[in-house]
Design a protein around this ligand. Structure first.
Ligand code: NI
Length: 144
C-alpha cells in the first residue's frame, strides 16, 4: 500500500452504494476508492467555501426532504420562524408521495445564513441541501 494511504471501513445503505457505483462508472473513475476520494474532496471544498461566506449576502437554500420523517416538518417550520428576520420568501413543492422540495430565499449576514443552512443539513430525513450566495450589488457582467 502507498505511503500515507489509510484503509477504512464504512457502513452504507446498499442502494446508496449502488447509485454511487453507477456514477463512479459513468464518470470514468478507475476504482470505487478514487470516486470516494473525489466525493470527500468535494465535501471539504464545499465546507470550506461555506466557511468563507462572510458579510451581507443574498442566499438561496434548496432542500429536498421526506415529509413523513417524524417531527421534520415541525422542526423545519420552527427553525424558519427562528430565522424569520433573515428569510425573504420560500416556495414549497409537494414533489411526490414522499418528497418535498423547498427553496428559501434569504438576505442577511453570511455567517447566519450558513448557520441556518447547517442546522437544516443536520436534520434527519433531509436528503439534499444546497446553499448558493450572491453579494448584493455584485456585478457579474463579463467585460466585452
Ligand atoms: Ni410537501
Amino acid at each position: 500500500m502507498d505511503q500515507g494511504l489509510v484503509r477504512t471501513c464504512i457502513s452504507l445503505p446498499e442502494r446508496l452504494l449502488g447509485r454511487f457505483d453507477e456514477i463512479t462508472k459513468k464518470r470514468g473513475y478507475s476504482s470505487r476508492s478514487e470516486g470516494i476520494r473525489d466525493a470527500i474532496r468535494n465535501t471539504i471544498i464545499h465546507y470550506e467555501w461555506m466557511n468563507e461566506v462572510d458579510g451581507v449576502r443574498l442566499g438561496v437554500i434548496s432542500l429536498l426532504y421526506e415529509h413523513n420523517q417524524r417531527g421534520l416538518v415541525d422542526d423545519l417550520a420552527e427553525i424558519q420562524h427562528e430565522y424569520a428576520g433573515l428569510i425573504i420568501s420560500s416556495v414549497h413543492v409537494h414533489l411526490d408521495h414522499d418528497d418535498c422540495l423547498e427553496t428559501v430565499i434569504l438576505r442577511g449576514e453570511g455567517k447566519t445564513i450558513k448557520e441556518l443552512t447547517e442546522t437544516i443539513m443536520a436534520l434527519k430525513g433531509v436528503k439534499y441541501v444546497k446553499l448558493n450566495t450572491i453579494s448584493p450589488g455584485a456585478n457579474y457582467q463579463q467585460p466585452l
